[in-house]
Design a protein around this ligand. Structure first.
Ligand code: BES
Ligand code: MN
Ligand code: ZN
Length: 522
């Protein structure tokens, strides 16, 4: 998939040079505290607009001025940001892009008022905002307005910030491309975005980037691996299931990889435990975890951090039919643990658990799974934060920090063993659902039963992967968080998050998983 190729630049311009900048439009970001630029033409314009009541110095306000007096730049857009943070700056630039994108602006320059020193974080925000604001889904709607005239964006900064801004632009551009890919895949309807389509998208990344290798396992291979839990979800579907394996090698082969596991349900009807009709179309987004893994691979393949990463994507449809799995059916997972399927709509955990067992063979440094797993997570956290579950404090902190840096935040949820009580079954080792209460947590505890052999965290992105309503569309989250996390791992070197030397308690706890592994070898 090719995206609109935007040219991002950084150059030095301050004070009186601002209004003389060589661009089609200047977006000037002010704050309620700071509305002076040091440029006489711009400053008199701002003063006049404020005293005339045309510009209020409140977050989100904008004023467009055509051919301002004394300026060389033909268009000036004043935008008021809430404060000087990178986050508010992103919102301000989004406003700017919205106001200019239907004009004949090919080259947009962006500057801050005095005191709003545009740093590398601002440059990062700028790229994310431009990519977000100019994104249009066209694959099944060719009549959608074509991407805008905008071709070039320049961040204007001080001489001390220039080199940091330049490298931030390169990095952010890679991240933005990953986000756009995840958005595009999420938005693609279920009849286009099948498991086979996701596999082909993965193969395409493998073709385009020499450090990425892709392998796709088909049904016979999954049967051979005894992925009975994953396979039970695909029983009702005419679309063949796929298990996608991506490998990015940026460090020595001996270095333990970060493993990302993404839920790839290309459509979730609920199966025999059929979902109600209202809003069911949004279950095309149930492959958001898979999309975020592909988007992250796209980003790191371009940015080439010195780290090894494996991506695992179990992908299939969840459909009702005469051959579908029924409530009460018991299946045997790859780990050897049996599962009573009390609700066929709790299918995400059923495909993830076999992928988590498969992950053991990579002897991972850490495993992070990403899934649109539970409606309960949306009830708990809304759409602001992704839900983060891990009993590993260092790993949880690293992921939370990455989310903050990337403006793609997560919120840590509890995961005490006791929540697992409700997963007891009279007919299997585990039931696939607990009660309604704490549903996001019991889902995480279910997964934890398959993730004992390594350091592990789970991201429930049910509330963050897409938006409903008039702005319905994929968000590309949490590609920003994941990419930031991986870049951070690479920068910290191979000691950052080592594979755990099995802890004293871990020893007994990991035993069932290892026994199961031994069974498989035997
Ligand atoms: N894909 C859904 C989760 C979901 C629902 C995400 C709504 C976003 C919005 C998942 O497969 C599911 O159906 N979960 C059930 C679990 C329940 C049966 C225990 C849910 O959340 O209702
Ligand atoms: Mn479901
Ligand atoms: Zn689902």
């Amino acid at each position: 998939m090719d995206f609109h190729c935007m040219d991002y630049r950084a150059s030095v311009a301050q004070g009186p040079a601002l209004s003389q900048v060589n661009a089609d439009a200047l977006v000037l970001v002010l704050t309620p505290e700071q509305s002076v630029t040091g440029d006489p033409a711009l400053d008199s314009l701002i003063k006049d607009a404020v005293s005339a009541g045309d510009l209020t110095l409140k977050a989100g306000r904008t004023l467009y001025v055509h051919r301002p007096n004394g300026a060389k730049v033909t268009r000036v857009l004043l935008v008021v940001s809430g404060d000087d943070s990178a986050k508010s700056f992103k919102a301000a630039v989004l406003k700017g892009v919205a106001a200019l994108k239907d004009l004949g602006v090919a080259h947009m320059a962006v500057a801050g008022a005095l005191g709003l020193n545009l740093s590398c974080e601002h440059a990062h925000s700028l790229v994310l905002a431009v990519a977000e604001g100019t994104y249009v889904f066209r694959q099944t709607k060719p009549s959608a307005p074509k991407p805008v005239a905008l071709k070039k964006v320049t961040v204007l900064c001080g001489p001390d910030e220039l080199s940091a801004a330049k490298s931030a632009l390169v990095r952010a551009r890679g991240v933005a491309e990953g986000i756009s890919l995840a958005r595009e895949l999420g938005n693609l309807p279920g009849n286009y975005c099948t498991p086979t389509h996701l596999a082909n998208e993965a193969r395409q990344i493998g073709k385009n980037f020499k450090h990425v290798k892709v392998e796709v396992l088909d049904r016979p291979a999954l049967e051979k691996l005894k992925m009975g839990s994953f396979l039970s979800v695909t029983n009702g579907s005419a679309q063949p299931p796929k298990f996608i394996i991506l490998r990015y090698q940026g460090a020595s082969a001996a270095q333990a990889p970060v493993v990302l596991v993404g839920k790839g349900i290309t459509f979730d009807t609920g199966g025999i435990s059929l979902k109600p009709g209202a809003g069911m179309d949004e279950m095309k987004y149930d492959m958001g975890g898979a999309a975020s893994v592909l988007g992250t691979f796209r980003a790191i393949a371009e940015l080439q951090p010195k780290v090894n990463v494996v991506g695992l994507i179990p992908t299939c449809e969840n459909m009702p039919s005469g051959t579908a799995t029924k409530p009460g059916d018991v299946v045997t997972s790859m780990s050897g643990q049996t599962i009573e399927i009390l609700n066929t709509d709790a299918e995400g955990r059923l495909i993830l658990c076999d992928a988590l067992t498969y992950a053991e063979r990579f002897k991972p440094a850490v495993v992070v799974d990403i899934a649109t797993l539970t409606g309960a997570c949306v009830v708990a956290l809304g759409h602001q934060h992704s839900g983060l579950f891990s009993s590993d404090d260092d790993l949880a902190q690293a992921l939370l920090r990455a989310g903050q840096q990337a403006q793609d935040t997560a919120w840590r949820m509890p995961m005490d063993e006791e929540y697992g009580e409700s997963l007891k079954s009279n007919f299997a080792d585990l039931a696939n659902v607990g009660g309604r209460d704490g549903g996001a947590i019991t889902a995480a505890v279910f997964l934890s039963k398959f993730a004992k052999a390594y350091r592990w965290a789970h991201l429930d992105i049910a509330g963050s992967a897409w938006k409903s309503g008039a702005a319905k569309g994929g968000t590309g989250r949490p590609v920003g968080l994941l990419t930031q996390f991986i870049l951070g791992q690479a920068e910290a070197g191979q000691d950052a998050l080592k594979p755990q030397v099995v802890k004293a308690v871990g020893k007994t706890k990991a035993a069932p998983a290892r026994k199961a592994a031994a069974r498989r070898v035997a």
